[in-house]
Design a protein. Sequence first.
Length: 143
Amino acid sequence: MTVKQISVFLENKPGRLADFTDVLSGNGVDMRALSLAEAADFGIARIIVNDVYNASTVLKDAGYIFKITKVLAVEIPDEPGALSKTIRLLGDGGVNLEYMYAFTTRKKGRAYMILRVEDNQKAGEILTKAGIKPVCQDELQDL
């Protein structure tokens, strides 16, 4: 019910993000989603990729500092109010949403969100009960 997110620490300097994406693309890693957060001296790139093992091996060999975290990926209708409904369900269910970001796919009429919550199991149960489909790691290949 979860997918693995890789959070990579990057220096906040010109060209560092390009270097990072060059390492991934040069080794056949396809990013499915990307979120960037920055601070004064460094940034955090959060990525969802097609092959977590390959990506983590490549990043380690290239000297990057990273962490792998399980997050929820959910499929929701691509229509007004769908996101609001989703996050309202979590809040009403007592699940705290730490952060989220969207990712694109080739499926028309569907939107996909990455959700970092304090309790993946509970959040997944709440959303599934409401008809919101969690996406597992293996399904990312087909999106």
